[in-house]
Design a protein around this ligand. Structure first.
Ligand SMILES: Cc1cc2nc3c(=O)[nH]c(=O)nc-3n(C[C@H](O)[C@H](O)[C@H](O)COP(=O)(O)OP(=O)(O)OC[C@H]3O[C@@H](n4cnc5c(N)ncnc54)[C@H](O)[C@@H]3O)c2cc1C
Length: 430
């Protein structure tokens, strides 16, 4: 039941994660009247702790770099891959491509990082309503594809409507608009799930490698572990694998996690040095994309548009970047008084091209891509690989990696087919 008077604003942002807080801050910075609704109150837990270095440029534009430098977040200089036999790649140091401070980044405690970004949106002039859930978007009676606002529920105050020229969906995996308009397309090659927890006092490398992300393959290529060193001597440790493999008929989360740890000696050895300091969490089927970035009066940013996969830690970077691209398009829409799909979605093709570059590397990883052998075979490709790991995705030169990458993927698929045929032959001969 609607209990408060309707409000009006120029930009209404639904969701106060990195994507929503970025869009709101930049729209407010551009002088647009902006309201941000966040269903939770105060700092809230979230997964997605490892940033990509190119987040630097959005954080700089938001004016929060000094806060990040002064924070307790762990500094990350590299990512390192460990094979199922425990063989470690050289760390991919981000500064190898560009020895600038933008080539280092952070492993963040998301409750603190996200609160900082929401506070920053308020500092730039956005009105932030926390404990306020968007229940549905409001559409134009004559044109159900045109979004004109949202109905919301504020804890303790009840329901109200907010009308806006532009509604930005930043509700993460809830994807309010994408679900309403049936735009969400699951990635059939990435039907994965994850189980994760936290350890205190687990092993860390020293010096430059102390804050490195480790990606450790499970035996028999059944999945992989992330190992992300956070502040206060905590490490985030999670396993990712095919949904059916990881969750079906496997018992409780602790059992699953511990069984998978046995299949990953590199992760087990490291966590054994510490004590578990958190419960177990799980999530599944998180890879999807919407078929549009914008429509008539609306824009999708961050996970509300789509999410690739956790393996290269690209989620928060893409959330920040889409927020930035969307805010620029929204400014253009107000300048030209044009809130059409084309105007609001002007950033879509550039963003999708970058996201697709990353997706090729994600697919390659799940097909068994070996970073070490690739670099040995194509040393000149290392800089492009680092570009992708940094998040420098929006330049055409990165495409030079596509041909050798696809060739290696094809070689791998061919060798797998031979292997499977051999196994079948052996099974038939028994
Ligand atoms: C297993 C796993 C591991 C990951 N690891 C990493 C990693 O290491 N690094 C990385 O960069 N990314 C990682 N990610 C991805 C990362 O979590 C997301 O990409 C990122 O949080 C997206 O930001 P966002 O702002 O789009 O959405 P979110 O961070 O999800 O924010 C959405 C916000 O909207 C609010 N909301 C939802 N519905 C409503 C509503 N109806 N009304 C009002 N508010 C609402 C929510 O409370 C939330 O605050 C991981 C993801 C998974 C699944």
């Amino acid at each position: 039941m609607v209990t408060q008077a309707a409000r009006r604003t120029q930009v209404l942002v639904l969701g106060g994660g990195p994507a929503g807080a970025t869009t709101a801050a930049l729209c407010a910075q551009n002088g647009l009247e902006t309201i941000l609704l966040e269903r939770e109150k105060g700092p809230r837990f979230h997964i997605g702790e490892s940033l990509m270095p190119d987040s630097y440029w959005t954080l700089k534009r938001l004016g929060v770099l000094d806060q990040m430098k002064a924070s307790r977040h762990t500094v990350k200089y590299s990512v390192q891959f460990v094979t199922e036999t425990g063989k470690e790649s050289q760390p991919f140091y981000f500064f190898e491509n560009n020895p600038h401070e933008c080539a280092q980044t952070w492993q963040v405690v998301r409750s603190e990082f996200d609160s900082m970004l929401v506070d920053n949106a308020a500092k730039h002039g956005a009105t932030v309503l926390q404990a306020t859930r968007a229940l549905d978007v409001l559409t134009c009676p004559n044109d159900p594809t045109k979004v004109i606002g949202a109905r919301a529920h504020q804890q303790g105050f009840g329901e109200f409507d907010i009308y806006a020229d532009v509604v930005v969906d930043a509700t993460g995996q809830s994807s309010l608009i994408s679900n309403k308009f049936n735009l969400k397309v699951a990635d059939s090659l990435l039907r994965n799930a994850s189980v994760w927890t936290y350890y205190k006092g687990a092993s860390r490398e020293g010096g430059l490698d102390e804050g490195a992300t480790l990606v450790l393959a499970l035996q028999k290529k059944k999945g992989w572990f992330w190992y992300i060193p956070l502040a206060n001597d905590i490490v985030s440790v999670g396993v990712v694998g095919a949904m059916d493999y990881l969750l079906k008929g496997r018992g409780d989360l602790e059992t699953i996690f511990n069984e998978e740890l046995e299949r990953c000696p590199g992760a087990k050895r490291r966590v054994m040095a510490g004590q578990r300091s958190g419960g177990f969490h799980t999530t599944k089927d998180f890879s999807y994309k919407s078929s549009q970035v914008a429509g008539n009066g609306w824009v999708l940013v961050g996970d509300a548009f789509g999410f690739l996969d956790p393996v290269y830690s690209s989620g928060v970077f893409l959330a920040l970047k889409s927020g930035e691209f969307a805010a620029d398009a929204i400014k253009g829409a107000f300048d030209s008084n044009d809130f059409s799909t084309q105007r609001l979605g002007a950033w879509g093709s550039k963003f999708l091209t970058g996201m697709d570059r990353m997706k090729r590397l994600v697919y390659a990883f799940y097909e068994g891509f070996n970073f070490g052998s690739f670099i040995r075979k194509h040393p000149e490709m290392k800089r492009h690989l680092i570009d992708l790991l940094i998040g420098d995705l929006f330049k055409d030169s990165v495409d030079e990696i596509i041909e050798p990458l696809d060739a290696m993927r094809a070689e791998f698929r061919a060798s797998q087919a031979i292997e499977m045929a051999k196994e079948e032959e052996m099974a038939n001969s028994i």
